[in-house]
Design a protein around this ligand. Structure first.
Ligand code: HEC
Length: 99
């Protein structure tokens, strides 16, 4: 009896970890990235502390520069946490929401 519980637990654990691995294979969850790091200052179409995505530049190079340099002083803290892949995903996400 004890044994089978251990096997069930082990199977459940393996199931969970393989699911987590799958999720990260899918790449970046850009909506989550946005909610956690940007939403407090940028609405999709509503101005907050910073401009709404819809009011930003539509030039990907300009958007990227805001996320890779210290051009926007207020974003310094968040910019240094972003990987290159995060930046690309966020630029695409902003552009997607400007349509
Ligand atoms: C603490 C508030 C704050 C956070 C958090 C923040 N931003 Fe900003 N952001 C600003 C402000 C303020 C500006 C406008 C600065 C200016 O007008 O020069 C700005 C400007 C920008 C610009 C430049 C827009 C343009 O047209 O040049 C981009 C792109 C941008 N933010 C994206 C993001 C993304 C993506 C995130 C999340 C990873 C984020 N920001 C997080 C406050 C913030």
């Amino acid at each position: 009896m004890k044994h089978s519980i251990a096997i069930i637990l082990a199977a459940a654990f393996l199931g969970l970890t393989s699911q987590a691995a799958l999720a990260s294979d899918d790449g970046i969850d850009v909506e989550k990235l946005y909610s956690k790091n940007c939403k407090m200052c940028h609405g999709i179409d509503k101005k907050k502390t910073g401009p709404a995505f819809k009011d930003m530049s539509t030039d990907p190079a300009v958007l990227k520069s805001a996320l890779t340099t210290d051009r926007v002083k207020m974003m310094k803290g968040v910019v240094k946490k972003l990987s290159e892949a995060d930046v690309d995903a966020l630029v695409a996400y902003i552009q997607e929401n400007q349509k």
